[in-house]
Design a protein around this ligand. Structure first.
Ligand code: HEM
Length: 447
C-alpha cells in the first residue's frame, strides 16, 4: 500500500487540534468528507479519528480490511457494553454520539445466537411486506406530500418530502393509529434534529409501547403483528426494542438515500439523457455519497493485531463505508463492472436486512416526484447547499427546488377505514401540536 510519510490534512482540517486524531465532526468534515477520506488513507488501512470532542475511534478505510472485520463476528463483537472508553469514564455519557453508540437490547447490538434469533424475526417479518402494497402506499404518501406544496411552485425537497415520506410509509407498514403515529413522527424527528432529543426518545418509546399493547390485543396485517407471531417468541420488551430499531435504522438512511439521490439528479446533467436514470442515480449515490458514511461499530473480543495495528479488547472500531467505496480497490472493481460491490448496506451478519424495500421506496418516491414535477430544478446554486454535521450519516440540511406549479389530486380508494380527526395535543410534556402531521395525512386519505 502507498503510504506517503507526511500526510497533508485537507483544507481547514483541524487534525492537529485533536491530538493527531482527525475530527469527523464539524462543518469542515460535513463540507467535504471525501477530502478527509483521501487524507485518512495516508495512515494506511486504519486511521485514528475523533467522533465528537473526546471520543476516540479507529476508522477502517480500506475495503478488504473492512470486509474482514464485518465478516469475523468471533473476533469483532457488536455488544457496546464492551466499549472500554465509556466503561472507564474517558467518554462522557453526555457526549452527543453516545445515544447512537450505546447498548440497547436489539439485533444491532447483539452477537451470536441472540443476534440470529432477533435478526431472523426481523428478516422474516419484513419479508412479509407485500411489494405491490408498498409501492401503492409510497405513491399515496408521495401524492399527499406533493399536494401540500405542488401549487406553490417551490419546495424544500428535503424537509417537505424526503424527510416526511419514510416516516409516513413506516407508520402505514407498522399499522400505527393516528395518535401513536403522530408521536412516532414527533419522536423520530426530534431525535434526528437533535432538538430535545431526550424527550423525543421518551415519546417514541412510549408510543411504541402502546403500539405493542394494541397489536397484542388486536393483531393486524402489519410488521409489529408479524414480529409477535414469529417463532422467536419475542417478549414485549424485545418487541419494543426491535420495532424502535426498525424505525430508527430505517427512517434516517432512507431520508438521506432519497435526498442524496435527488441532489445527484438535480446537480448532474448526465442523468437527464439516460434511460433508467433513477436506478443509475441511486447506485451512484450508494457508491459515492452513501447515507451512512461511517458506522458498524465493533469491539475486539481480545487484544490483537489487525491491519498492522495493535488493538485492545473493547476499543471502538468503525467502518468507513464512504471511504471504502471510493478507495482504489473498489474503484477498480466498479470499473470492471461489479456494480453493487459497494459497502453502503454494510456486509456480513449485520448487513442491512431491508435493502430491497428501502430501494423500492426510494425508486417509487423519486419516480412519482419526477413524473408529477417534470421540470423540477434546483432553486439555489449547488455550491450553497450545506450538509448536516456528524460522523455517521450523510444528509443535506435543505434542498430548495422550483418547478411549474401543479395541483395533485388525491387518489381514491384509501387502504384505511379509520378517520382519525385527532384533536388532542401530542403528550410531550406540554408542547405538542394539535393533530400531528400523520393525523393530517390520514384525514386527507379518508376525506
Ligand atoms: C426500509 C428501510 C430500512 C430498514 C427497515 C433498515 C433496517 C436495518 C436494521 C434492522 C439493521 C441492523 C441489522 C443487524 O444489526 O443485524 C440495519 C443495518 C444497516 N442498514 Fe438498514 N434499514 C433500512 C434502510 C437502509 C438504507 C436506506 C441504508 C443505506 C443505504 C441502510 C444501511 C444500513 C447499514 C449500513 C447497516 C449496518 C449498520 C451497522 O452495522 O452499524 N439501511 N438496517
Amino acid at each position: 500500500m502507498d503510504q506517503p510519510t507526511a500526510p497533508v490534512p485537507p483544507p481547514g482540517c483541524p487534525a492537529h487540534q485533536a491530538g493527531g486524531r482527525v475530527p469527523l465532526h464539524g462543518r469542515e468534515f460535513a463540507a467535504d468528507p471525501q477530502a478527509y477520506y483521501t487524507y485518512l488513507r495516508h495512515f494506511g488501512p486504519t486511521a485514528p479519528v475523533e467522533l465528537a470532542p473526546g471520543v476516540e475511534a479507529t476508522l477502517i478505510t480500506d475495503y478488504a480490511f473492512a470486509l474482514q472485520l464485518l465478516q469475523d463476528s468471533g473476533a469483532f463483537r457488536k455488544d457496546a457494553r464492551r466499549w472500554r472508553d465509556l466503561n472507564e469514564g474517558r467518554v462522557s455519557p453526555d457526549s452527543p454520539v453516545v445515544p447512537l453508540l450505546s447498548y440497547r437490547p436489539n439485533a444491532m447490538f447483539s452477537d451470536g445466537a441472540e443476534h440470529l434469533r432477533l435478526r431472523q424475526a426481523i428478516t422474516d417479518s419484513m419479508a412479509r411486506v407485500d411489494t405491490n402494497k408498498l409501492s401503492r402506499t409510497t405513491e399515496q404518501v408521495s401524492d399527499y406530500l406533493l399536494s401540500q406544496f405542488g401549487s406553490r411552485g417551490s419546495a424544500d425537497l428535503l424537509g417537505d418530502y424526503a424527510k416526511q415520506l419514510p416516516l409516513f410509509v413506516f407508520n402505514e407498514l407498522f399499522g400505527c393509529t393516528a395518535d401513536i403515529g403522530d408521536r412516532v413522527v414527533f419522536g423520530i424527528t426530534g431525535m434526528f434534529d437533535g432538538v430535545n432529543a431526550e424527550q423525543a426518545v421518551g415519546v417514541m418509546f412510549g408510543a411504541i409501547g402502546e403500539l405493542v399493547a394494541l397489536k397484542r390485543a388486536k393483531p393486524g396485517d402489519d410488521v409489529p403483528s408479524w414480529l409477535m407471531e414469529h417463532e422467536a417468541r419475542l417478549t414485549d420488551e424485545e418487541l419494543v426494542h426491535q420495532i424502535a430499531l426498525l424505525l430508527v435504522a430505517g427512517n434516517e438512511p432512507l431520508r438521506n438515500l432519497i435526498g442524496n439521490t435527488l441532489h445527484r439528479l438535480l446537480t448532474h446533467d448526465a442523468y437527464a439523457h439516460q434511460g433508467g436514470l433513477i436506478d443509475e442515480a441511486i447506485d451512484d449515490t450508494l457508491w459515492e455519497n452513501p447515507p451512512m458514511q461511517n458506522l458498524a461499530p465493533h469491539y475486539p473480543a481480545a487484544d490483537m493485531e489487525f491491519a498492522g495495528q495493535k488493538l485492545h479488547a473493547g476499543d471502538l472500531l468503525l467502518v468507513s463505508f464512504g471511504a471504502a467505496n471510493t478507495g482504489p480497490a473498489l474503484t477498480a472493481a466498479r470499473k470492471a463492472g461489479s456494480n453493487r460491490a459497494h459497502l453502503a448496506w454494510s456486509a456480513g451478519p449485520h448487513a442491512c436486512p431491508s435493502k430491497e424495500p428501502a430501494r423500492q421506496i426510494t425508486v417509487t418516491a423519486i419516480e412519482n416526484l419526477l413524473n408529477k414535477l417534470p421540470d423540477v430544478e434546483l432553486a439555489v446554486p449547488s455550491e450553497s447547499l450545506t450538509w448536516r454535521p456528524g460522523p455517521f450519516n450523510r444528509g443535506l440540511t435543505v434542498l430548495p427546488a422550483k418547478f411549474t406549479p401543479v395541483q395533485i389530486v388525491p387518489r381514491p380508494a384509501p387502504a384505511r377505514k379509520e378517520a382519525p380527526v385527532r384533536q388532542e395535543p401530542i403528550a410531550t410534556g406540554g408542547r405538542g401540536e394539535r393533530g400531528g402531521v400523520w393525523s393530517q395525512f390520514l384525514n386527507w386519505l379518508t376525506r
